[in-house]
Design a protein around this ligand. Structure first.
Ligand SMILES: Nc1ncnc2c1ncn2[C@@H]1O[C@H](COP(=O)(O)OP(=O)(O)OP(=O)(O)O)[C@@H](O)[C@H]1O
Length: 607
């Protein structure tokens, strides 16, 4: 038997167009052919299970081989096979018409690669690397005749009889001259490892099984131990540290999705950590760009998501609007929040220990997703300088009595750097105020959010005001200086400091506080922080010079002494007191520091 035929499709030369479109993604041909082989094998297993196929199943491995000499790649399966009629129907009509449809849909799109990267072109993708493709196949049906189909990617083909004893299909690719790279064993192995690592039927390459057909995400959580999850993590990321914990995803209604998400130990380099979630469709690897499927704030998670319900053949913008994708997004967010809440409830100690790693996810999530915020506000933690952890409610309760100002606002104090802001932290402690540590890069945004969400609550950095002004109470210190003395003291300091970005004011503080205190107003600093992390349209603030408030303690004995001192000494003492304030905040450097040391030595020498 020999039959020559013409595939009846409308577009004459689809092949060159497809080849051009798929330029950077030629390698997916192997994914398509191996998954077809796996599908055919699974179909046979199902027929056998329901008694429709009565023959032996035997070895069902899919075998991939490369023969560099013969310039061939062969994919063999022992699945259901095809009759000549079926080849005409499934390959000539379905596979080719799929390709035509594809070309018509995408040929005018500006960036076809982006779209097609995730599009299974099916059998036809073989022509991206082969100039002739052959199918030698024998159906599983009794007395079936084997058939040999040959086609060069044009619309013409031949079918002849083949001598194939065994059931199943061999796809033979005669590799084109411009696709030599695919004749390299190492290249093929890499492609198989990328796309076929978890296919559900064993795949053998050069006599070695390359996949794990039963990855743990396909199993029930009740069948699995912690070790199973940890080992799987190692299988996915051989060089990573052990994960903190994991979430097993498993839904079948209203969409089908399984998977395992791991919480990694967070390093500072976030970019490196992204794109670690792999997306599969029925155990076939599709992509590790899960941007629209997984909420942005969970992109730092690692692991695997497998869903046949995520449309892979559509563009980005379409994906965002897809109802299933939206539901999947919401589902993942909820699962993550539930898991965190469960750990918090069952093992608070452990949760606190992990907080430095998970805190970032949680804060990021609270900032970007209101639903997540609603759940997370019950387990999000803050840590004070004594290293005690509190939930937001616990913390407000903790400071309620002592840190309410005269207008009943609760003032939460925080430090971004305990070392640098040491003097201020100590001053706060002296008043029995509590101080939080909020030193992460995300915290400036987190602080803003807390103020919006928590009623009658303000957050202030400990060094943003003098201690009395941080939390203003009904009773304030009286000044021992007269108005006249204050004016004269202010003039002395202004002259000694001689810097227009230092705003001097005289304040009645406790005699035990420092004589001079330098602060940067909360508002100013926050704007600057935001402009640094690129938020809030405050870019111009970044270029403004730093402005400080210099508070002169009217009740400190040194300042009374200045007023009484001889004129020539007034400025020296003021300068010295100011420099000490700079020094205590690590702000005294260069020539100013040298001058300070010299002046100090002279002062000691005096008597
Ligand atoms: N190895 C095989 N054994 C048996 N039948 C096959 C094999 N490869 C392909 N076929 C048949 O050819 C048809 C077309 O294959 P093709 O890969 O183009 O599309 P598909 O698998 O249906 O869809 P997809 O676009 O997701 O790959 C298949 O549906 C199947 O019936």
């Amino acid at each position: 038997m020999e039959e020559r035929g013409n595939i009846s499709i409308h577009t004459e030369n689809i092949f060159p167009i497809i080849k051009k479109f798929l330029y950077s993604d030629h390698e997916i041909f192997l994914r398509e052919l191996v998954s077809n082989a796996v599908d055919a094998t699974q179909k046979l297993k199902r027929l056998s299970a329901i008694g429709e196929y009565k023959g032996e199943l035997g070895d069902l491995k899919v075998k991939v081989s490369v023969d560099k000499e013969a310039r061939q790649i062969i994919v063999r399966d022992r699945g259901i096979g095809m009759t000549a009629e079926e080849i005409k129907k499934y390959i000539n009509q379905i596979a080719f018409s799929g390709a035509v449809e594809f070309v018509e849909k995408y040929k005018d799109k500006p960036e076809p690669n982006q779209i097609i990267g995730q599009f299974g072109l099916g059998f036809y993708s073989a022509f991206m690397v082969a100039d002739t493709v052959e199918i030698v196949t024998k159906s599983h049906q009794e007395d079936a005749e084997a058939a040999h189909w040959v086609c060069d990617g044009s619309t013409e083909f031949t079918i002849t009889h083949a001598d194939k004893e065994d059931r199943g299909t061999n796809i033979i690719l005669n590799i084109a001259a411009d696709s030599d790279e695919f004749l390299e064993e190492a290249r093929i192995r890499t492609i198989l490892n990328k796309y076929c690592k978890f296919l559900p039927i064993e795949v053998e390459f050069q006599d070695e099984v390359i996949n794990n057909p039963n990855p743990i995400w396909t199993k029930q959580p009740s069948e699995l131990t912690d070790e199973d999850y940890q080992n799987f993590y190692k299988e996915l990321y051989p060089f990573s540290e052990a994960p903190l914990f994991w979430i097993h995803l498993n839904v079948d209604y209203p969409f089908n999705l399984t998977g395992i998400l791991y919480f990694p130990k967070v390093k500072n380099d976030f970019e490196l950590q992204k794109n670690k979630i792999q997306l599969y469709s029925r155990q076939v690897f599709i992509t590790d760009e899960v941007k629209d499927v997984v909420p942005e704030f969970l992109m730092l998670l690692h692991g695997v998501i497998d869903s046949p319900d995520i449309p892979l053949n559509v563009s980005r913008s379409f994906l965002q609007a897809d109802a299933n994708v939206k539901k999947i997004n919401t589902y993942i967010t909820r699962k993550v929040a539930d898991k965190l809440s469960e750990i918090f409830r069952n093992d608070r100690e452990g949760f606190q220990q992990k907080w430095s790693d998970i805190g970032l996810f949680v804060k990021y999530g609270m900032l970007s997703d209101d639903k997540f915020y609603d759940k997370a506000k019950n387990f999000a933690l803050v840590q004070n300088v004594e290293d005690k952890f509190f939930t937001l409610d616990e913390y407000r309760e903790h400071v309620q009595a002592n840190q309410q100002d005269k207008s009943d606002n609760l003032v939460l104090l925080y430090t971004t750097d305990e070392e640098k802001q040491h003097a201020f932290v100590e001053a706060a402690k002296d008043r029995s105020y509590d101080v939080l540590k909020l030193d992460n890069m995300i915290d400036s945004h987190f602080i803003g959010m807390l103020e919006q969400k928590l009623e009658k609550t303000t957050l202030k950095r400990v060094d943003s005001e003098t201690i009395d002004k941080l939390i203003e109470k009904e009773t304030s210190q009286d000044s021992i200086l007269s108005e006249e003395e204050k004016t004269s003291l202010k003039e002395v300091y202004e002259k000694a400091i001689n810097n227009q970005h230092m705003h001097v004011s005289i304040e009645p503080l406790s005699p035990n506080d420092s004589p001079v205190i330098i602060t940067m107003p909360e508002f100013m600093r926050r704007m600057k922080d935001m402009s640094r992390t690129g938020g809030g349209g405050m870019m111009f603030m970044g270029n403004m010079p730093d402005t400080y408030n210099v508070s002169i303690n009217a009740n400190h004995p040194i300042n009374s002494r200045i007023l009484k001192a001889k004129d020539e000494n007034k400025e020296i003492i003021a300068k010295q007191a100011f420099d000490l304030a700079l020094l205590s905040q690590n702000m005294l450097t260069g020539p100013a520091l040298t001058a300070f040391v010299k002046r100090s030595v002279e002062l000691i020498e005096k008597e």
